[in-house]
Write a protein that binds this ligand. Structure first.
Ligand SMILES: [Zn+2]
Ligand SMILES: [Zn+2]
Length: 183
């Protein structure tokens, strides 16, 4: 069972696919790459990364699992790494992305997680404004990928690690490993 004090729930647009994340995210990032632009139809993608075991994805009763939770495997990158994304077969919302280079981690779009109630809604606790756990989920992005593709009108986020592309240089990889606790 997930701890309601720190877990976050979410769903696709139509609600057929439900997600629950237990605990805090490892990091939040923006990606300005052309794949994320196409995938989201927007200027960039905003995501959280969690350990695989923190995430539960379920298909709502009454829906066929296979046709509701679909997956798309991208062609391999030059590095040989492959991204596999899952999405809702009914409303097309992106649900997860897994990369072969980080097998125990999974990326979830920030936008499918339930938003915090606006102040004045009177909500408290896990699904409302919940102190430390709340801060972790409301933190600004830790990493920005592919800033060479960043639109000129997208402002500075103050992210800890700002990369022109993927982490390539030694010090970039070292910083990334530190953020992911992989040292
Ligand atoms: Zn859906
Ligand atoms: Zn991207």
């Amino acid at each position: 069972m997930s701890d309601p004090a720190t877990s976050r729930t979410g769903s696709c647009l139509c609600g057929a696919v439900q997600v629950r994340i237990q605990g805090k995210p490892l990091e939040m990032h923006l990606c300005h790459c052309t794949i994320c632009q196409k995938l989201t139809g927007s200027a960039f993608g905003a995501y959280v990364t969690v350990q695989d075991q923190q995430l539960t994805v379920t298909v709502k009763p009454g829906h066929d699992e296979e046709s509701t939770l679909k997956s798309y495997k991208e062609p391999p990158k030059a590095s040989g790494n492959v991204n596999t994304r899952t999405f809702c077969g009914i409303c097309s919302s992106l649900i997860t992305c897994r990369n072969t280079s980080l097998p125990v981690m999974v990326v979830v779009p920030l936008g499918i997680l339930e938003p915090y109630p606006l102040s004045g809604d009177g909500a408290t606790g896990a699904e409302g404004r919940g102190g430390e756990a709340d801060d972790a989920w409301n933190a600004k992005p830790t990493i920005e990928y592919w800033c060479e593709r960043k639109r000129s009108w997208v402002g500075e986020t103050g992210a800890e690690l700002v990369l022109p592309r993927q982490p390539e240089r030694e010090e970039e990889v070292a910083k990334l490993k530190k953020i992911f606790g992989m040292e």
